[in-house]
Design a protein around this ligand. Structure first.
Ligand code: ADP
Ligand code: MN
Ligand code: MN
Ligand code: MN
Ligand code: MN
Length: 335
């Protein structure tokens, strides 16, 4: 007997990478083999030297096909065995290992927007819906758009064994969020990329697309981010470590290093309005959704917990944001 393995990888499209996948039929007893693809069709190679290598790094049940079929997340390598330039997971591995003793964990809030054709789901043809106000966590056919797809996506993620912790309707019509974690840096990132693939794949069956664009509707409409919640063992046990982490993110050129690697569209989304801080001014504060980094009120009250970096855009690469946060905060916490 055989099963189907859907090999999934992250391509080289800039500024925002796309997911790609293809199917391999394997014999039941077979281990997941290394495979290849045409990098010249994914912005990962030139035509004259086009072969690139897929190495399986994480697999889970395929909830779309069911049965014994699996989803297989891969890292991309060059034929000489070096990680491809687009392989950001390879850069996270040594950093995660270096600071593993601090037990860093992440919960990432993935916001996204459904589109039907060229309009956000729920936007009427040639016009606009009622202004924002009732949509966030709303209920009813006049407030929410796409719930059937959202529920199906959640069920698929859970059936695949991904660490989702919740979903909610967002501030703009057609905009939603799911949360992954808290999990270790590599786990939260692997689960996030598979959850994104399942989102696009699930919506596909409804003739709907999902975008991770930071500002999908211009004007007085909320953007889409990927708030990144972070803690180490020390932060989960005491407040000094919370403050050390917040301060470390503001030191020297750290604010620019982080925000310039936090996905596409920071200048459009991080304006200081719509629950954001200006992209070029670092700040942190308790309960403050207008700060770059928020310390939740319970954390201030209990004097321990986690922090929320609100800057990452919806299309942020989780391998990159977790690497930067671990590197910056855990280096400071090591001192
Ligand atoms: P909000 O919308 O109020 O910002 P959410 O409930 O959407 O918050 O997301 C909070 C996230 O914080 C969740 O993904 C959760 O897993 C994560 N989280 C909770 N505790 C921790 C922790 N100690 N370390 C890291 N992440 C955490
Ligand atoms: Mn071919
Ligand atoms: Mn949230
Ligand atoms: Mn949100
Ligand atoms: Mn948040």
């Amino acid at each position: 007997m055989t099963f189907k393995a859907e090999y999934i990888w992250i391509d080289g499209t800039k500024p925002s990478a796309k997911l790609r996948s293809k199917t391999r039929i394997l014999a039941d007893s077979e281990e997941l083999p290394t495979w290849g693809f045409d990098g010249s069709s994914t912005n990962q190679a030139e035509g004259h030297d086009s072969d690139r290598v897929l190495k399986p790094v994480f697999s889970c049940p395929d909830p779309i096909r069911g049965g014994d079929n699996v989803l297989v997340l891969c890292e991309v390598f060059n034929v000489d065995g070096t990680p491809h330039a687009s392989n950001t997971r390879a850069a996270l591995r040594p950093v995660a290992e270096q600071f593993a003793a601090q037990e860093p964990i992440f919960g990432i809030e993935q916001e996204y927007t459904f589109f039907e054709g060229d309009r956000p789901l729920g936007f009427p043809e040639g016009g606009f819906p009622a202004p924002q106000g009732g949509y966030y966590c709303g209920v009813g056919a006049d407030e929410v758009f796409g719930r059937e797809i959202v529920e199906k996506h959640l069920d698929h993620c859970l059936a695949a064994g991904l660490g989702l912790s919740g979903i909610n309707a967002e501030v703009m019509p057609g905009q939603w969020e799911f949360q992954v974690g808290p999990l270790s840096p590599l786990e939260v990132s692997d689960h996030m990329w598979i959850a994104r693939w399942l989102l696009f794949r699930t919506a596909e069956d409804y003739g709907v697309s999902a975008t991770l664009a930071a500002k999908p509707a211009k004007g007085d409409w909320n953007g889409a981010g990927a708030h990144t919640n972070f803690s180490t063992k020390a932060m989960r046990e005491g407040y000094d470590a919370i403050i050390t982490a917040c301060e470390s993110l503001g030191e020297g050129d750290k604010p620019m290093e982080h925000v310039s690697n936090y996905g596409t569209g920071s200048q459009e989304r991080l304006t200081g309005a719509h629950e954001t801080a200006p992209w070029n001014e670092y700040s942190y504060g308790v309960s403050n959704r207008g700060a770059s980094v928020r310390i939740p009120w319970q954390v201030e009250q209990e004097k321990k917990g986690y922090i929320e970096d609100r800057r990452p855009n919806a299309d942020v690469d989780p391998y990159v944001v977790t690497r930067l946060m671990v590197d910056t905060c855990c280096t400071a916490l090591d001192k």
